[in-house]
Write a protein that binds this ligand. Structure first.
Ligand code: HEC
Ligand code: HEC
Length: 91
């Protein structure tokens, strides 16, 4: 390989690095705001506000199920483990 070709290869790698790095930064800066609904602070949920998250989550399914008071979760609902990691308490 000639010196000139080598130099061009290094330039290409550097440009690639800049483009990919820039794309990643742009992606992260663009991340949407947190939109997941928080756990309501109402009579149904108030007791969970004093509880440890893991302990509280054992009860969510009592109402949040197809035949429960709150009904089924949306069809396209993501992973159902650890409700409170996504549905935060209203602070
Ligand atoms: C006693 C029954 C009951 C239990 C237990 C319960 N929920 Fe609910 N939840 C409801 C009902 C009824 C609604 C719909 C009416 C409302 O918004 O309060 C609801 C609504 C919600 C919503 C939607 C709020 C919105 O803005 O649309 C979230 C999120 C939620 N609950 C999370 C939880 C989590 C997390 C737990 C467990 C820690 C839990 N719930 C336990 C009855 C319950
Ligand atoms: C991986 C994150 C995640 C976990 C874990 C999770 N959810 Fe959700 N949940 C979402 C998203 C995202 C939506 C749809 C956006 C929204 O409405 O908040 C949603 C929607 C809901 C809704 C409907 C809210 C509405 O107003 O339409 C309820 C009720 C709900 N989740 C309850 C629960 C319960 C109960 C658990 C635990 C069994 C749970 N979620 C676990 C992310 C999560």
């Amino acid at each position: 390989m000639t010196e000139k070709k080598k130099g061009r290869k290094i330039l290409v790698y550097n440009l690639l690095f800049l483009v990919v790095g820039g794309a990643i930064v742009a992606f992260l800066l663009n991340a949407p705001k947190e939109t997941t609904h928080r756990m309501p602070r109402d009579d149904n949920h108030l007791r969970f506000y004093q509880m440890d998250k893991k302990a509280a989550e054992k009860f969510c399914g009592e109402c949040h199920n197809p035949t429960g008071q709150a009904g089924a979760l949306p069809k396209d609902h993501p992973s159902k483990f650890r409700c409170l990691l996504c549905h935060k308490k209203i602070s």
